[in-house]
Design a protein around this ligand. Structure first.
Ligand code: GSH
Length: 225
């Protein structure tokens, strides 16, 4: 299988966690932001990564979107399962996964790129990195007012996750689900922001644990030396 990705994208990390959990061998192709759509649009009709090319007979040739990649991988290789045996719990896991994708993952993006352009500029002050950050800020309309709203959304969302993860090792039910993988990936960029590391230590413990379960290297800011 081949995963088309941006190496730094938290949605691509989400797909890699699932591939790793299922212990599927795959290669990655890192696309260049800006010209990525020239390759992706004809393939999927969309411009976003991750995109998975299974490269297998009698399987779809292209799967776009991290959620669709979850669905494909579960059908292709049911064990170990990412779907919960109880249908109601699986529905709840999908609801959380969708909320994490559509609301929390985008809020993380706003807060992260705001940090990288300001207090976190030292992480990579190179011209190319700062150019990409400015392009992303313009593409998504990342400005001070929007970042404040995103930060509030994250604080409320993290309370929901804290109460679920403090009752059980998993967000839903008794085993790892699509919700845990989505949370671990989509909140991982916050690891570079000192304020979040100090305020939410339990979150980074969960992120480490889930990355270990999936055999995925830890995100920037959390890598063991
Ligand atoms: N819902 C999509 C979101 C993916 C997404 O937003 N990817 C971003 C990178 S983090 C992207 O490809 N942006 C480039 C673009 O929109 O052209 C998924 O889960 O796959």
């Amino acid at each position: 299988m081949l995963l088309l990705q941006f190496s730094t994208s938290h949605y691509c990390r989400k797909a890699r966690l699932a591939l790793g959990y299922k212990q599927i061998d795959y290669d990655v192709q890192n696309l260049t932001p800006g010209i990525h759509s020239l390759k992706l649009k004809p393939l999927t009709g969309l411009t976003t990564v991750p995109v998975l090319l299974p490269q297998l007979q009698e399987q779809p040739s292209v799967i776009a979107d991290s959620t669709e990649i979850f669905r494909f991988l579960e059908t292709y290789q049911p064990s170990p399962p990412l779907f919960l045996p109880d249908t109601q719990q699986q529905t709840e896991a999908w609801l959380l996964e969708d909320w994490l994708d559509e609301s929390i993952g985008t809020a993380t993006r706003f807060v992260y790129y705001d940090f990288r352009a300001g207090k976190g500029k030292h992480i990579d002050p190179s011209f190319f990195s700062q150019l990409v950050i400015q392009i992303v800020r313009r593409q998504y309309g990342i400005n001070t007012a929007a970042v404040d709203l995103a930060a509030q959304r994250l604080d409320k969302g993290l309370e929901v996750l804290r109460s679920r993860w403090s009752e059980s090792s998993y967000l839903v039910g008794e085993s790892l689900s699509v919700a845990d993988l989505a949370a671990a990936a989509l909140l991982s960029p916050l690891a570079l922001i000192p304020q979040y590391r100090q305020q939410y230590p339990w979150l980074f413990e969960r992120i480490v644990h889930i990355h270990h379960l999936c055999g995925e290297p830890l995100p920037p800011g959390m890598r063991e030396e």
